[in-house]
Design a protein around this ligand. Structure first.
Ligand code: HEC
Ligand code: HEC
Ligand code: HEC
Ligand code: HEC
Ligand code: HEC
Ligand code: HEC
Length: 495
């Protein structure tokens, strides 16, 4: 066969377009992968470009070349310009054939090795926090921001949202495609709906790092609150929160993790989508005894038909830790922390009340809020100075980390189930209103869950009590001392 008679099949406009495109993608891709491996810095956009944009350029180039060659071949066969054998004939004695073969082998080797490295890194990138948190920047900003400031900042999103195993990996990628679609066509909810219905069971995610047998004892929590008065008077509760649970064979240890202890099963029916109202609870204990607790509140009690038709959910970690990493703190909680650790100078008169009002006002965008905070505090403390500047910067930072008007995200959209101070949380069941057929209520005794060590005005005013104290509500409000429903008044924006 004479080479001069058969001009290359690449000589067609599609392939000629594809060659520079593929070459460009290849060269940039190799350069960027090397840069990504060696670079001392990690830019999120570098990853997105290297592992999302460049492969698209490279593969469209290759596709164009291939389609061009096939079309050209068909054209030549159809028009009878050249009679082509079914497969290319390679003659190793022919110098041009030999050099082409060497080039093809070397280039293919390079291409497959590099695309191997590239796909491996691309897989890791698609599992990375950057990919989940930054690619759809506007949508994920609230969750990504909260995550970065959480105890799980070093745990990747996929550890909780996908977990191990190929089946969930595939599910997640399919789900991911839908998410890309809903972002592109603006079809997503603001805020993103929670609880996440498709969340993988906690046993398969959280348990890879924390498991119920290993919870025991109590942890100390110090909560300093501030009044809306001129001196921002602090009031501190120091308590031991019982987090034990123990194993079914070990000694019985009452504490929050008792619910998820091996052998115990707590199931419930929620009357609302957010699982805030729980009229029906079923406990199966380690001995197999079943007890059903039903709310006494006529407004939320369920009929037998409703119970039969409802979805029964088994309680797991997420039913208490629904915000293990995406904490959106309320203005009151954020300010309490900032005043307690000196990020805001507590000697500024009425600073708690004033900052609270500015954080809680309705805004439609973040820049608008940040401006209003600067303007508001600037006007309320006209003297200025570093103290006021720091207060403004801290209040703006609180806003930026916890409230996201563009996505309608705040502590109100995602109430935290731990406790009963700002949201119903534990009191969804432990309110004394959920009673078994035998007349036993689910416990609402304060000391089942925690022991108060000290309480009162000042940062942490008293010496700890060895036996524990009964709660005393500040001010002249002793009627509240035994009320678990704190959230009915302390909603996070109240004083
Ligand atoms: C420690 C585990 C954990 C990690 C790490 C984690 N999440 Fe979540 N995330 C959760 C849980 C649990 C929920 C479900 C809350 C619910 O159902 O009420 C959730 C909910 C969400 C939601 C739904 C909206 C909401 O706030 O409830 C989004 C979006 C989200 N996560 C994105 C991310 C992104 C992006 C990352 C990484 C930057 C990430 N998550 C890392 C545990 C985690
Ligand atoms: C990859 C491991 C890993 C996974 C998965 C994981 N965690 Fe954690 N978790 C940690 C680490 C590490 C800490 C921080 C410990 C510390 O700083 O004391 C932590 C801390 C916590 C804390 C204490 C937070 C605090 O304020 O002190 C809670 C509660 C928690 N995790 C719940 C969960 C829940 C619920 C899930 C599942 C949705 C989960 N974790 C999944 C590793 C993990
Ligand atoms: C879905 C309903 C439900 C929710 C929500 C709930 N619990 Fe429980 N809890 C139960 C039931 C049922 C029992 C067993 C009956 C009892 O001991 O009164 C129980 C028992 C307990 C016990 C006693 C264990 C023992 O035997 O000593 C503690 C402690 C406890 N819960 C803490 C909490 C805390 C803390 C929260 C919130 C973070 C919470 N619970 C949320 C249903 C719930
Ligand atoms: C009934 C509610 C409830 C359930 C269910 C629950 N927890 Fe907790 N957990 C708590 C409470 C309450 C605390 C104390 C939180 C505090 O005071 O900040 C806690 C604390 C923790 C801590 C911190 C402990 C420490 O010593 O610092 C971790 C980690 C944790 N839980 C993980 C889990 C995991 C994982 C699961 C699922 C197996 C789970 N929890 C199920 C209520 C619960
Ligand atoms: C079912 C368990 C449970 C019961 C019953 C319970 N609590 Fe709590 N309580 C909690 C948990 C969990 C927290 C959150 C601890 C934390 O802030 O980390 C909490 C927090 C508190 C706080 C601190 C709030 C803050 O942020 O300063 C006070 C005070 C308190 N409880 C008082 C009471 C009183 C009074 C009762 C009885 C009328 C009671 N609790 C009954 C679980 C319970
Ligand atoms: C009926 C409404 C109501 C309920 C229920 C209630 N509080 Fe209060 N609480 C108030 C009011 C009003 C103040 C402000 C009192 C003042 O400044 O003199 C206050 C003040 C406080 C303060 C002092 C710091 C501050 O924010 O001003 C703490 C701490 C507190 N409450 C804790 C609790 C706890 C814990 C519970 C539940 C066990 C609870 N409260 C239940 C209305 C309530």
């Amino acid at each position: 066969m004479n080479d001069n008679e058969t001009p290359s099949l690449l000589r067609n406009w599609l392939s000629l377009l594809g060659i520079p495109l593929a070459a460009l993608g290849f060269v940039i891709g190799v350069g960027l992968i090397v840069l990504d491996i060696l670079a001392p810095f990690h830019s999120p956009y570098l990853g997105i470009f290297t592992y999302l944009v460049v492969p698209v350029i490279l593969s469209s180039g290759l596709l164009l070349i291939l389609v061009g060659v096939l079309r050209e071949r068909r054209r030549r066969v159809r028009t009878g310009t050249v009679s082509l054998p079914r497969l290319p004939v390679i003659n190793l004695n022919h110098p041009r054939h030999m050099s082409t073969l060497v080039i093809v082998v070397v280039v293919s080797f390079l291409f497959f090795t590099l695309s191997g490295i590239g796909s491996y890194r691309a897989y890791h990138f698609s599992e990375s926090v950057t990919f989940c948190g930054v690619t759809c920047h506007g949508v994920m900003k609230p969750e990504y921001t909260a995550f970065q400031n959480s105890p799980h900042a070093n745990v990747t999103c996929t550890k909780c949202h996908i977990g191990p195993g190929a089946d969930w990996f595939v599910k997640a990628k399919i789900n991911g495609l839908y998410q890309v679609y809903s972002v592109m066509f603006n079809k997503y909810h603001r805020p993103i709906e929670a609880p996440v219905q498709s969340l993988r069971p906690a046993q398969e995610t959280c348990h890879t790092c924390h498991w119920p047998d290993k919870f025991f004892g109590s942890i100390e929590r110090v909560r300093t609150h501030h009044s809306a008065d001129e001196t921002n008077t602090p009031w501190t509760v120091r308590m031991l929160v019982k987090v034990g649970g123990g194993t079914s064979t070990g000694e019985h240890e009452g504490g929050s993790h008792w619910h998820v202890r091996a052998g115990n099963k707590v199931e419930y029916i929620a009357a609302d989508k957010k699982r805030q109202v729980i009229p029906w609870v079923r406990l199966t204990d380690a001995s197999g005894k079943v007890t059903v607790f039903r709310t006494q509140d006529a407004a939320t009690a369920l009929t037998e038909e409703q119970i039969a038709a409802a979805t029964v959910r088994t309680m797991d970690c997420i039913d208490c830790h629904n915000r293990p990493t995406h904490h959106f703190n309320s203005p009151a909680r954020s300010l309490d922390l900032a005043l307690a650790d000196g990020r805001i100078d507590a000697s500024m008169p009425y600073i708690y009340r004033n900052a609270l009002a500015l954080l809680d006002a309705p805004y439609t965008t973040e820049p608008e809020a940040l401006q209003a905070i600067a303007k508001g505090l600037g006007a309320q403390y006209p003297g200025g100075g570093p103290q006021v500047e720091q207060a403004i910067a801290t209040v703006q930072d609180i806003f930026a980390k916890n409230i996201f008007p563009e996505m309608k995200v705040s502590w109100r959209a995602y109430p935290d189930h731990i406790g009963h101070f700002e949201a119903p949380g534990c009191a969804r069941c432990h309110d004394g209103e959920h009673v078994s057929e035998a007349g036993e209520p689910i416990t609402s005794t304060c000391t089942s869950c925690h022991t108060i060590l000290s309480q009162g005005a000042g940062p942490s005013s008293q010496a700890p009590s060895p036996t524990g104290l009964a709660f005393e509500h500040p001010g002249d409000m002793s009627e509240l001392n035994e009320m678990i429903g704190c959230y009915t008044c302390h909603g996070g924006s109240n004083e």
